[in-house]
Design a protein around this ligand. Structure first.
Ligand SMILES: Cc1ncc(COP(=O)(O)O)c(C=O)c1O
Length: 613
């Protein structure tokens, strides 16, 4: 079969560029990655050059940085609203859409103000009194915005809520326990209190955050508590204060069908509670959960399916209950879906290290030569994958392990293993297997033999990669017109072996596409693999990679492992005259701040901790 030459389009497929949530990226004919903003095409190289020319000599400049694009928040906010409008129209739904941004997902002021700028009606959610203080400050001239106060509440949090109510803010208080219901009925007046009953979503949803759903969820009222809370609210005259029920089914829910069940579940409760006397209840808040397509592997209309499923779940349930209740307003507290696109990390590659000796050396030990020939012969004659696995295990056992025979001998062994591994990969490619089912196999055969050192910290910039094994795409910014020469691991400069990214999602193509050194880049059916494809190994030092889709949660959970703090923040914006502009927001977090947090108040070093370049 003739293999077509490599093309930019193939790279787009391999990296999932220009699809779904990576729709704002594309590649020039010369193989440079670029950002699309309006009708502007801004290459990453242009961004990097501009940042360097503006800030190259400033304190806090490091070659790597976080690029913020708040206009992508506006894009997402508008998309969420128009998607629900479309679903309402398609399904003839009469309820209203109410968008709420949970500030915990990214509390940065450039992100929160971007949300507010994007939609005059959008509300905000607080999970703590500190977050409510933030919301109070940013909405002091926009008190029409709906604010939901979630999270554990102490008298101080409640006092702050009362203060906001007295100041004219539109606040709803969620109740998550009988204790909170007692506090609220004690401190507030029924006639001007807006309550939300947060209910445990009794359904199972798969994913990293599945423990936030179901009976064992940390959040919300258990069913027995719900009965008790409703009784208390009725007895104290607060039944008419309940306007909303809230259920949060977890984050990043890619099993879209779950939202139909969730829609039905919440609607059943809504109807029953209205029948139990909570007659002013008119909204269901479905919390977060809207997924981002980190793998560029889902259908392109994921958001529309999500909206449709919620709405159709509600309609189905109302119909089953003989349409006795009105269609509720729908609140959505999407956080990830709003912010993920708006930040990407731009990482400079400092150097490349190779696991095996490169080139061909001469073996001084005749037995090594003989043994290598023997294995090469067996590899040549292998006819099945199983056969190859046996040979692979054999030569690793024979040449692997510790030896006290000296450096020269270790060098020889490493050279032989490297050669044999390369020969196996080449034979596997010739064998034209359609797919490789075992993950362990794939890890052994194709695990990258090159390590790229990136000037960043996984723990600071994308902590979820280590905390919950969340996948983030990694894309080189140049040589994307070239047939990938090989694949690499991107490791950070922390002294922690977890500080590396090797995961790469192999996109679904009919036949496997290979790198020049015979590592699979795609896989029928799509599959998570290891090894980030790169165009030209030699060009990697001083080149850049981007890690897009990091705008949700990563700023809030960053860790200062090894005293490596925040990278500099840079903003990219399309201006009214349709030109783009780069602004330097902050430099990297100085060593001084990091030391102060660790209790060293008097060390005065105004330098950043990343590698200078
Ligand atoms: C109550 C509530 N609402 C909304 C969210 C945001 O979820 P997501 O980022 O998945 O949209 C969360 C996340 O934990 C949450 O707990």
């Amino acid at each position: 079969m003739i293999e077509h030459p490599w093309s930019v389009d193939k790279s787009k497929t391999v990296f999932g560029i220009d699809r779904n949530d990576l729709h704002f990226l594309d590649i020039t004919d010369n193989g440079d990655l670029y950002i699309k903003l309006g009708d502007q095409r801004i290459t990453l190289q242009d961004v990097i050059d501009t940042v360097k020319s503006m800030n190259g000599n400033q304190v806090g400049y490091t070659s790597s940085f976080t690029l913020r694009i708040p206009q992508l928040i506006t894009y997402q906010i508008k998309k969420i609203r128009t998607t629900f409008d479309l679903a309402f129209k398609e399904l003839a739904y009469s309820g209203e859409f109410i968008g709420i941004y949970p500030v915990k997902v990214n509390q940065r002021s450039d992100f929160v103000t971007a949300v507010l700028r994007s939609d005059f009606e959008y509300g905000l959610e607080a999970g703590t009194k500190a977050e409510l203080q933030l919301i109070k400050a940013v909405t002091k001239h926009e008190k029409h915005r709906h604010i939901i106060c979630n999270g554990a509440k102490d008298p101080e949090y409640l006092r702050l809520i009362q203060e906001c109510l007295d100041d004219g803010y539109d606040i709803a208080i969620s109740i998550e326990s009988i204790h909170e219901a007692q506090l609220v009925t004690k401190y507030f007046k029924a006639e001007n209190t807006n309550l939300v009953l947060r209910i445990k979503p009794y359904l199972s949803v798969e994913g990293h955050w599945s423990h936030s759903t179901g009976r064992d969820s940390k959040f919300g009222l258990s069913i027995h508590d719900l009965y008790n809370v409703v009784d208390l609210l009725k007895q104290t005259g607060f039944a008419g204060s309940v306007r909303t029920i809230l259920g949060h089914a977890g984050s990043q829910i890619t099993n879209i069908e779950a939202f139909t069940r969730f829609g039905r579940f919440m609607t059943k409760i809504y109807s029953e509670l209205r029948e139990m006397g909570l007659s002013r209840l008119d909204a269901i808040d479905f919390g977060g959960g809207l997924a981002i397509d980190y793998k560029s592997a889902y259908p392109p209309d994921l958001m529309l399916q999500y909206a449709r499923n919620i709405v159709s779940g509600i309609k189905e349930q109302l119909k089953e209950d003989h349409n006795r209740q009105p269609e509720p307003n729908i609140m959505i507290e999407s956080g990830r879906g709003v912010t993920a696109l708006a930040a990407l990390i731009v990482v400079q590659a400092l150097e490349v290290r190779s696991v095996f000796p490169t080139g061909s050396g001469r073996y001084e030990t005749e037995s090594t030569l003989e043994k290598e020939r023997e294995y090469l012969d067996r590899i040549d004659k292998a006819t099945s994958l199983d056969h190859m696995v046996d040979i692979w295990n054999d030569f690793h056992e024979y040449f692997g392990g510790m030896t006290l025979a000296g450096l020269g001998f270790i060098f020889e062994k490493e050279m032989v293993i490297g050669n044999l591994e390369r020969t196996v990969r080449s034979r596997l490619r010739e064998m034209k297997l359609d797919s490789y089912h075992s993950d362990r196999l794939a890890r052994s055969f194709w695990y990258p033999e090159h390590i790229v050192i990136g000037n960043f910290s996984v723990f600071n910039s994308i902590a979820d990669y280590v905390l919950v094994q969340q996948h983030f795409p990694v894309i080189p910014t140049r040589d994307l017109q070239k047939h990938p020469q090989t694949t690499v691991r991107l490791v950070d400069i922390t002294c922690d072996s977890d500080g590396e990214i090797s995961n790469f999602y192999m996109q679904n193509t009919e036949k496997i596409w290979f790198s020049e050194d015979n590592r699979p880049l795609t896989m029928p059916g799509g599959k998570m693999g290891e090894g980030i494809p790169i165009g030209v190994l030699e060009n990697i030092p001083s080149s850049y990679f981007i890690l897009p889709l990091v705008g949700a949660y990563q700023d809030a959970i960053e860790m200062d492992h090894n005293l490596l703090g925040d990278l500099p923040d840079v903003e990219l914006r399309l201006q009214e005259d349709n030109t783009w502009k780069i602004s330097w927001i902050t430099g990297a977090e100085p060593i001084e701040n990091l030391l102060r947090d660790a209790g060293y108040a008097d060390i005065d070093i105004d330098e950043d901790p990343y590698m200078s370049s």
